[in-house]
Design a protein around this ligand. Structure first.
Ligand SMILES: Cc1cc2nc3c(=O)[nH]c(=O)nc-3n(C[C@H](O)[C@H](O)[C@H](O)COP(=O)(O)OP(=O)(O)OC[C@H]3O[C@@H](n4cnc5c(N)ncnc54)[C@H](O)[C@@H]3O)c2cc1C
Ligand SMILES: NC(=O)c1ccc[n+]([C@@H]2O[C@H](COP(=O)([O-])OP(=O)(O)OC[C@H]3O[C@@H](n4cnc5c(N)ncnc54)[C@H](O)[C@@H]3O)[C@@H](O)[C@H]2O)c1
Length: 468
């Protein structure tokens, strides 16, 4: 008999929730983690730290007060790096403790060390502080996550050049910053540093920000980022990086256009690679892609039936939210638990820029491509009493409905609380709701959620079907 029913490699959101789901069903579970702290990217270098820093940046900058009092406040005081990082350190420690409690509460053992697969049922764990261990399991869950991709052009290791892990260890706030990559990480950090009053330039090789967003929302986000003081340079890449030896001298980046940018610090956010190196997956017959991502079927089973892989290690969408769900589905599939067979068909995206953007379902561009007839309903936060009260007058809720059935097809929000607000629309999408749901629902007043009713009425108005 194997030592465990399930051996999990990695204690990020995928590993934690996969382990807990199996343990809740009475399975014997062990989690192998190579770091001295649990929680992976989500707790330590990604989700939780960056979202905490966003709140700190908003607080230190007094930015929220600007909309309320129409005053151009500068920083409440000259923020130091320890001001900036103080809450980030606190919140991530609390999250690490929560994970340890959660695993202990469900009787999940944690083994410290780097895991690799010796065969399809055996994980070898190596660490500098303990003898090698061999853990056998009926099933193996690979949840090893991802790491920042480091293009060879950049001299990482220099205190002025960071990836998204190292930016959490900066010695001092930059006097100016160039962010390379206008993906989610690049946009979120560009906004945070700009909110602190730091001049930020963002260089993105594509012609727009976050092309998976609805075009209107992507353009609106770009406008709001420019209003925050961020210089957006699209369709360009960095071709040369000169880092002078004098620590105070600026770093010089030469762009593909020939333009040069002198900057105090650089943040490179040009994608991530899956953590599969040294795991021994290929030797077992498990396929991995160009950035290391493991190939899985919709139940997250690899080519080796009792080896599953979930979270960032399988690539897109590479979110903490989806990683946890993938782990639940994999474990339920492995042990024949529950009824869920695949990941939900509609997934939300929450982007914690300033302002936030969130979406679920289809974009206008996708509907046009599929030749689906649709009508758009918009409600601006400026015409929403709560929007006026909180001073967020640039926000927008945009709903896409099928032109004939009036079924909701897509929800897009930009503004304060967008990543929370989207859930009303997400639930409506998952239940196949139409405009009727929003028109007939009594929303709390004054709230931003009430914008759903206004957007639905706006859509009906355009079809001349308004009944209210
Ligand atoms: C800056 C940033 C901001 C983000 N913001 C958000 C957000 O707002 N919302 C959102 O949903 N997602 C966000 N993400 C993405 C999110 O953090 C990841 O999708 C999520 O952490 C993936 O979870 P995971 O469990 O697959 O991997 P990870 O969290 O990376 O955990 C993997 C774990 O496996 C361990 N490990 C790796 N190899 C081995 C080995 N051989 N042996 C033992 N242990 C090993 C690692 O040490 C790590 O602890 C963000 C990411 C970044 C970088
Ligand atoms: N709120 C959230 O959900 C959240 C927040 C942060 C990160 N994440 C996750 O983290 C992952 C990684 O994010 P990321 O932003 O690093 O990667 P990404 O792949 O999403 O974006 C990288 C961007 O860099 C650009 N780029 C690549 N090389 C370039 C170059 N040489 N010059 C200029 N631009 C270049 C790409 O065109 C792309 O837009 C994402 O998959 C995302 O799911 C999620």
């Amino acid at each position: 008999m194997a030592d465990f029913d399930l051996v999990v490699i990695g204690s990020g959101p995928a590993g934690e929730w996969g382990a807990v789901r199996a343990a809740m069903a009475g399975k014997r579970v062990v989690v192998v983690e190579r770091e001295s702290v649990p929680g992976g990217t989500a707790a330590n270098t990604g989700t939780i730290p960056s979202k905490t820093l966003r709140e700190t940046a908003l607080h230190l900058s007094g930015l929220k007060a600007r909309g309320l009092y129409s005053v151009e406040t500068t920083l409440r005081h000259e923020a130091t790096v320890s001001d900036f990082l103080y809450r980030e350190r606190r919140v991530k420690n609390i999250e690490r403790e929560r994970i340890l409690r959660n695993l202990a509460h469900h009787g999940v053992e944690i083994v410290r060390g780097t895991g690799s697969l010796a065969d399809a049922h055996t994980v070898v764990v190596k660490s500098e502080s303990a003898p090698e261990r061999r853990l056998t399991g009926d099933f193996i869950l690979v949840a090893t996550g991802s790491s920042p991709y480091r293009p060879p052009l950049y001299p990482f290791g220099d205190p002025r050049v960071h990836d998204s892990d190292e930016v959490l260890d900066i010695g001092q706030l930059p006097r100016s910053l160039v962010v390379v990559g206008g993906g989610v990480i690049g946009c979120e950090y560009a906004c945070m540093f700009a909110a602190l009053g730091i001049p930020v330039t963002l260089v993105e090789v594509k012609p727009e920000l976050l092309p998976f967003l609805d075009d209107e929302m992507s353009a609106l986000l770009g406008q709001r980022m420019e209003a925050l003081g961020i210089r957006l340079r699209f369709g360009l890449t960095v071709e040369k990086v000169d880092v002078p030896s004098a620590p105070d001298a600026p770093v010089r980046l030469t762009l593909s256009s020939g333009e040069t940018l002198d900057t105090d610090q650089v943040l490179v956010a040009s994608g991530r690679s899956a953590n599969t190196k040294g795991l021994g997956l290929e030797a077992l017959g498990v396929k991995v892609g160009s950035r290391g991502q493991v190939e899985v079927d919709p139940t997250f089973q690899t080519a080796v039936p009792h080896v599953y892989a979930v979270g960032d290690v399988v690539g897109f969408p590479a979110l903490a939210s989806t990683s946890m769900e993938q782990a639940r589905i994999a474990v339920e599939h492995a042990f024949g638990l529950g009824n869920t067979r695949t990941l939900a068909t509609v997934l939300p995206y929450g982007i914690y820029t300033i302002p936030e953007v969130s979406m679920a379902g289809e974009t206008e561009e996708a509907l046009r491509k599929q030749q689906v007839p649709y009508v758009v309903g918009r409600a601006s936060f400026a015409s929403n009493p709560r929007g006026q009260i909180i001073g967020d007058t640039h926000g927008l809720l945009k709903l896409l409905f099928h032109r004939e059935s009036l079924k909701l097809l897509g929800v897009h929000v930009l503004g304060e609380q967008a990543s929370e607000l989207v859930h009303v629309g997400l639930t409506a999408l998952l239940t196949g709701a139409t405009t009727q749901l929003f028109v007939e629902t009594c929303f709390n007043y004054p709230t931003l959620s009430e914008a759903y009713k206004m957007a639905a009425i706006n859509a009906l108005d355009q079809l001349k079907q308004c009944t209210v």
